[in-house]
Design a protein around this ligand. Structure first.
Ligand code: BGC
Length: 491
């Protein structure tokens, strides 16, 4: 019996494998049938791979909903309006914990559990943005931005279920107030990847975070408190950051908490739970502050067909990853946020090769640079959902700041072209203000337009900061963004 065989050569046989498990009767008994099943399944699996794209196709440029018409109306850009220029950041990637174990305010996130289990690099104090938010504020004021997206650490606010840290709640509200008073519109994000550790079930990972029995009830109470506290100073709320990306990485790729591989059932349950929680948050926000704007923030890379994915199985899976979450919440949003970094032709080889790709057209994480992908993504979101958009994250991990400027300019030019072509893009938030903790890359990916001086905690600007400041100054309105042109074409 062969597992992998060619006409000439037998590669592996039961006879070769069974002696590896001399004491296991069970394995000796079941191995032959297992191998038979695998062998018989190979042609079927290959066939599914080749044709599956046709079985579950999706028209990403099509309008949302079952029937082809009517399409949602395209919203025309408000050319005279001020364009929102800003930065995005997140609590876990920027803040220091500032409390030690034993302190009543001590908290942990599910990501901290992952760090303790050596499944993620240590985070330490990041940019000290909890104890030194003044340093962020100072850098933001100097940069000339009009908007700043920061997130709230749920675990810090609610270190144990139903127990709140009132000082932390006031402090977050104060951040929004200070921004507002500095003429910078806060965009408050209520969840950016991390959950309180009490929503992590180590014994039953499948009942963690979105899927924990307490999640929805606790989320609603948390949202209520944070929105009430920040509402006097906040117009924009983003209930969740990239739930689509987090759910895929957590339940399919197994890289983020709770670390489950190819758990498609859980993937769908998490989509259900997170979209339900998003909708709950959106209605609470509107009830507390009817004039508030609800912003969705989704990871929206541009996918292309790859030659080694002839049936489009991987392509379609990726497109589903872009839209499955958004399809269920776009109707309760005022602005659709696009986080765009790269394009990819997702085939078996390119996906494996991604982290190792280097050169002018790739970032230091191996992501392919393609400003045209951003243009197409804007087009797709507009045609599918028909709502105003904002680029809520865009940036590049690099140590070469000239490359960062080129990247930003070319992506801004793509936005300018989209506006010229009639698409309603209202703002651009760069990722990010300063180099920070980049999840499973730790401190080895440099996305900042500044970096922290470890002695003074000052955010020291890179040349790209001065460049961005000038862009902001020269292009205050939607109208003027149309004139941003690309630099020389990337090779
Ligand atoms: C996330 C950020 C992350 C950035 C760069 C986005 O997916 O929202 O947390 O740092 O991409 O990878």
């Amino acid at each position: 019996m062969r597992i992998f065989a060619s006409k000439e050569r037998r590669i592996l046989s039961v006879g070769q494998i069974a002696p590896l498990f001399p004491n296991s009767k069970l394995i000796r008994m079941t191995l032959p049938s297992l191998i038979r099943i695998l062998r018989d399944a190979v042609p079927a699996l290959v066939a599914v791979f080749l044709i599956s794209g046709c079985v579950n196709p999706i028209d990403p440029l099509g309008p949302i909903g079952k029937g082809p018409e009517p399409r949602p109306p395209l919203v025309a850009p408000q050319l005279g309006e001020k364009f929102a220029w800003g930065f995005s950041s997140s609590s876990y990637q920027y803040e220091d914990p500032a409390v030690k174990p034993g302190d009543p305010d001590y908290f942990q996130t599910d990501w901290d559990i992952f760090v303790d289990q050596d499944k993620a690099p240590p985070k330490g104090n990041a940019l000290y943005s909890w104890t030194h938010f003044d340093k962020d504020l100072e850098a933001l004021k100097k940069s000339g931005v009009t908007h700043y997206r920061f997130s709230i650490e749920w675990a810090r606010v609610e270190p144990r279920p139903g127990v709140y840290n009132e000082v932390a709640i006031r402090r977050y509200a104060d951040m929004a107030r200070q921004l507002k008073e500095a003429g910078i519109e806060p965009i408050v994000c209520l969840w950016h990847f991390t959950f309180p550790s009490w929503l992590y079930d180590k014994k039953k990972p499948g009942q963690s975070n979105w899927l924990h029995p307490l999640a929805r009830e606790r989320w609603n109470a948390y949202v209520e408190r944070m929105v009430r506290a920040t509402a006097p100073y906040t117009k924009y709320y983003a209930p969740q950051n990239e739930p689509n990306g987090q759910i895929t990485t957590a339940y399919i790729v197994g890289q983020w908490p709770p670390g489950m591989d190819l758990a498609f059932g859980h993937y769908w349950k998490a989509i259900d739970a997170s979209t339900g929680m998003f909708r709950d948050a959106a209605s609470r926000i509107k009830a507390i502050k009817p004039s508030a704007m609800v912003v969705s923030v989704e990871a929206l890379p541009w996918w292309e067909r790859a030659p080694l994915d002839p049936g489009g199985l991987i392509y379609n899976t990726m497109i589903h990853g872009n839209v499955d979450h958004l399809d269920r919440i776009y109707d309760v949003c005022d602005i659709l946020g696009i986080n765009y970094y790269y394009s990819q032709a997702p085939g078996p080889i390119s996906l494996l090769a991604e982290p190792y790709r280097r050169g002018h057209n790739f970032t230091m994480m191996g992501w392919r640079i393609n400003p045209e992908g951003l243009y197409k993504e804007i087009q797709r979101v507009a045609k599918r959902y028909g709502k105003p958009m904002m680029i809520t994250e865009n940036g590049i991990a690099t140590t070469d700041d000239a490359k960062r400027i080129e990247y930003m300019q070319n992506h801004l030019a793509a936005i300018g072209r989209a506006i010229r072509d009639g698409y309603d893009v209202r703002g651009y938030l760069s990722w990010s203000l300063a180099d920070n903790y980049e999840w499973h890359y730790g401190y080895k990916a440099f996305f900042g337009l500044s970096h922290m001086n470890p002695e003074t905690y000052d955010r020291e600007p890179k040349p790209s900061m001065a460049w961005y400041k000038k862009i902001i100054k020269d292009h205050p309105r939607v109208n003027s963004v149309r004139s941003i042109l690309p630099t020389k074409k990337s090779d």
